[in-house]
Design a protein around this ligand. Structure first.
Ligand code: HEC
Length: 129
């Protein structure tokens, strides 16, 4: 009798422990997703806001600059760094003939904090098809 109570207690305890473990595991991806989401939101905020990128870059259509989707595609294919480009440490690889138009924006992008440059890169790359 005593033994079976002990076994029962152990089983309940084990089940409780397992549940806790499960909870931890299922929470983890949610936290990660939220971080990625926050980075994308910051990227969009800078892109549409103080970066003023939106005036020349639309998601799917070339206007003054290439579309965001086209930039994303080429940067993904070549594994190049948009952060470096925005710091004027890279070469233009999307439309070099129009580079002088884009160059005027380095006055803005060079003064952005690293976190916002990384967010801009994530936002642009999220448009790759
Ligand atoms: C005055 C218009 C204009 C604005 C504003 C502008 N761009 Fe551009 N952008 C261009 C043009 C034109 C090109 C094509 C030339 C080139 O590829 O460098 C370009 C190209 C790019 C490229 C591809 C560079 C490459 O490797 O060829 C990236 C990345 C980019 N822009 C990001 C941005 C971001 C981020 C912002 C906002 C901070 C921004 N642009 C604001 C006109 C603009």
């Amino acid at each position: 009798m005593k033994k079976s109570i002990l076994i029962l207690a152990c089983t309940v305890l084990l089940a409780a422990c397992n549940k806790k473990e499960e909870k931890k595991e299922s929470l983890y991806p949610e936290v990660k997703k939220t971080q990625a989401q926050l980075t994308l939101e910051l990227g969009q905020e800078v892109f549409d806001g103080k970066g003023m990128c939106y005036s020349c870059h639309k998601p799917d259509q070339k206007v003054i600059g290439p579309s965001i989707a086209e930039i994303a595609k080429i940067y993904k294919e070549k594994g190049a760094s948009i952060v470096d480009f925005l710091k004027e440490k890279g070469e233009p690889i999307v439309d070099p003939s129009q580079y002088s138009v884009m160059k005027t924006n380095f006055a803005i992008t060079k003064n952005l904090p690293e976190e916002e440059l990384v967010a801009l890169e994530a936002y642009i790359l999220s448009h790759a098809k």
